[in-house]
Structure formats: structure tokens, C-alpha cells
Design a protein around this ligand. Structure first.
Ligand code: EPS
Length: 390
């Protein structure tokens, strides 16, 4: 499976085309809109989210509620486009069009794609870069992820996300009895956090950052239950599934790092406290007595829950801008100020969940190459039986 996206943050719409989704998967606009709405929530978002009410239109690949096996085309309109038709118009500008119409940006924001993107593509107007490098694009990545999540759930695989840290405020690792409980509680939390004590402190930290004209980042965690053992491969670097998950996580705007299970903590512990002992049970088959490696050994799933975390840096657009250089005059200036979010970590957790769901669904479809949902379901059931009895 693969997908591409197109569209600028203030252009008319965002588009994705998904290729390779098996036929027979029930998928509705409502399924996708539920996920889009989750991404729009979160304490710390800016005014743009009051303008947008993201809603998908299915433009191909689905008939009477089921995927056809043909490419699935999804579109989300940008409501804000109506304010940007001149600035972001597609038609050539006449020569006397004023700088107002272009809203040209020549002062790169440190930490953003502005300067590198401008010099890579030769843009003297950095709006050409920021419009596409904006995290607005994650809207349709979540739409693609919604399709992947639907497929996974029909294979008995459940996925959830939550926020562990914002601006230095750490959530306590409180136990939850099921993913359902984790989802229910974090869905109701303005910062998508399971620990209600940390929740308020996170919101205070966001308020403080906003007051200071600053931004803050954090850490999100994605958990997946029900993945069959043996998905991925150890035989080649580009077939290791954990590496694909790591790549997907760091592909999210502003994400700078990733870890599985106990993650970087493994560097500080002896092997006996890192590796998970193997057990066998007639009901479950092989299992690990702990899950410190977060569901992967040798680039393959172990059948234990996948636990993967991503770290998001603070958004680089600051109301109290850092020093930068104007690419026209080469003079030092404060970077340009664009409307932005002071913290998008709760929304980014949903994006992380979506991209991880996508990679897992893609790996399953690749490994068990199926054109139809029913044959894929049979293949996964068989893989689970095989692993249990092996
Ligand atoms: C973003 C800047 C803000 C965010 C935007 C990402 O948009 P605007 O400049 O229009 O206020 O709200 O995020 C989204 C629109 C979104 O849907 O997540 C940026 O510069 O990356």
C-alpha cells in the first residue's frame, strides 16, 4: 500500500490517493471524519482550528460503503481558502500585482523548513515553502490513517495514543486495564493525557508559553495490541518493520526522535534487565514475560503490544520571534510571525497514531498480499494459529 498527498495549507484543498487497500473494507466518510475531528482537538491550538471543520469527501475507490480495490481518493477542503484566494491563487499574477497580494515572506523562521526549502527549490518567496511544509498536511495523513485503522480493526488489531509529556510536565505512568479505558479517558482530556494531575499542569504550561509568545513540545506514545507475531523481517535493512515505524514517526512535522519500549533507557541497563524472557502457554502460545522491547525483536513483531514514542520539538513559529536574516537584504531581522499554535502535541499524538496504523496495515498487506478483506482475515487468523502452535 502507498499514498501520496497534495495541497497547501491555505490552498483550496488537501488531497490523498491511497493505493493498494484491499477490496471489501467497509469505510465511510463518518469513519474518517471521526479521526479528523480527533486531530483538530487539543489545548494550545491557534485560531485556525476555529475556522476549519475538517470533513472528508470520498472522490473515488469506494462504492456503497465498501472499498473496491481501486485507488481511494480523499479530499478535505480548507475553509480558510476563501480568505486566501488572491494570495494563494493558481492563475498567473499580472505584473502590477502588489506585494500585498503575494504576501511575500523573506525572513526565514529558525527551525522551520523556510530557508532550506527556499534554497533547495529556488524560491525567493518562502511562502512557497511554508504553505506545503505546514502541519496542515497531516490532515490527510490522518485520513489515510483512518482507512488503515479500519483495516487493522477488522483484523483484530487495536491502536491508541496518548500524551506523556508537554513542556517538561511529565505524566505519571499510571496503569490502565485496557486500551478501551486508555482511549476513553484520553479522548476526554484536553491534552490527551491519562494522568489527570499532569493534565492541569500541562495546560498551565501551555498558557504560560502562549503568554510568553513562545511554544512548547512534548512526547506522545502509540500503543498497538493484537499484531500477530512475525510481521516485518530481519533479512534486509529496508524490511525491518520497526525502522519503518521510526521513519514514519520522524516524518511527522516537528518530530525529532523515536523510541520503542523502554527506549533510550536501555542504554543504561544491563542486558538481563532489557530483554524480555520468553514463555509458552497452551492458550496464547509464545509470549514475553515483560515488554521492555516494545513489541519488536529483529525488525519483526513479537506479538506483544507495540509501544512506540515520538518526541515533538516546540513549533518553530514564535510570536516572540528569534533572530534571522532577510534573504533579500541579508540584514538581521526578527523572523516573520505567522499565525500558529503554541502547542500541538495533543493533535500530533493523533497524527502519530495514524502514521503508525498506516505502516502496520501496509506491512500486513505486503506480507500477506491480499486483494480482498476476507482472504486477508483468513491469512491473519492462520498466522496467529501457526505462531501459537509453532
Ligand atoms: C501551521 C500553522 C497554523 C496551524 C496549522 C499549521 O495554521 P495557520 O497559519 O493557518 O494559522 O493551525 O495547522 C493546521 C492548519 C492544521 O490543520 O493542523 C504551520 O505553520 O505549520
Amino acid at each position: 500500500m502507498r499514498y501520496l498527498t497534495a495541497g497547501e495549507s491555505h490552498g483550496p484543498q488537501l488531497t490523498t490517493i491511497i493505493e493498494g487497500l484491499p477490496a471489501g473494507v467497509p469505510l465511510t466518510e463518518e469513519d474518517i471524519n471521526t479521526e479528523l475531528a480527533r486531530r483538530q482537538k487539543g489545548y494550545g491550538r491557534g485560531r485556525r482550528m476555529q475556522i476549519e471543520k475538517d470533513a472528508v469527501q470520498i472522490m473515488g475507490g469506494i462504492r456503497h460503503g465498501y472499498t473496491l480495490g481501486s485507488p481511494v481518493a480523499l479530499v478535505v477542503e480548507n475553509k480558510d481558502w476563501t480568505h486566501w484566494t488572491k494570495i494563494m491563487g493558481q492563475a498567473p499574477l499580472d505584473s502590477e500585482a502588489s506585494e500585498d497580494v503575494k504576501r511575500k515572506i523573506t525572513r526565514a523562521r529558525p527551525g522551520h523548513a523556510d530557508l532550506n526549502g527556499a534554497l533547495k527549490y529556488g524560491h525567493r518567496d518562502m511562502r512557497n515553502v511554508l504553505e506545503r511544509s505546514s502541519a496542515r498536511e497531516t490532515t490527510v495523513r490522518v485520513a489515510a490513517g483512518a482507512a488503515a485503522k479500519k483495516l487493522l480493526s477488522l483484523l483484530g488489531i487495536e491502536i491508541a495514543c496518548h500524551v506523556l509529556e508537554i513542556g517538561g510536565v511529565q505524566a505519571e505512568k499510571l496503569p490502565y486495564t485496557s486500551l478501551a479505558e486508555l482511549k476513553e479517558k484520553t479522548e476526554a482530556s484536553p491534552v490527551r493525557c491519562f494522568d489527570s494531575n499532569a493534565e492541569q499542569k500541562m495546560m498551565d504550561a501551555i498558557d504560560q508559553a502562549k503568554k510568553n509568545g513562545d511554544s512548547i513540545g512534548g512526547i506522545v506514545e502509540v500503543i498497538v495490541e493484537g499484531m500477530p507475531a512475525g510481521v516485518g523481517s530481519y533479512v534486509h535493512y529496508d524490511r525491518k518493520l520497526d525502522s519503518k515505524l521510526a521513519g514514519a514517526m520522524v516524518s511527522i512535522n516537528a518530530f525529532k526522535g523515536v523510541e520503542f519500549g523502554i527506549g533510550f533507557e536501555a542504554a543504561r541497563k544491563p542486558g538481563s534487565e532489557v530483554h524480555d524472557e520468553i514463555g509458552w502457554d497452551p492458550e496464547k502460545g509464545y509470549y514475553r514475560k515483560s515488554n521492555r522491547l516494545g513489541g519488536f525483536e529483529g525488525g519483526m513483531t513479537t506479538g506483544m503490544p507495540i509501544v512506540v514514542r515520538g518526541v515533538m520539538k516546540p513549533i518553530p513559529t514564535l510570536y516572540k520571534p528569534l533572530q534571522s536574516v532577510d534573504i533579500e537584504t541579508k540584514e538581521a531581522f526578527a523572523a516573520s510571525i505567522e499565525r500558529s499554535d503554541s502547542c500541538a502535541v495533543p493533535a500530533a499524538a493523533v497524527v502519530a497514531e495514524s502514521v503508525i496504523a498506516w505502516e502496520l496495515a501496509a506491512a500486513i498487506v505486503d506480507q500477506f498480499s491480499a486483494d480482498r478483506l476476507d482472504s486477508l482475515q483468513m491469512a491473519i487468523d492462520e498466522q496467529r494459529r501457526y505462531a501459537r502452535e509453532f
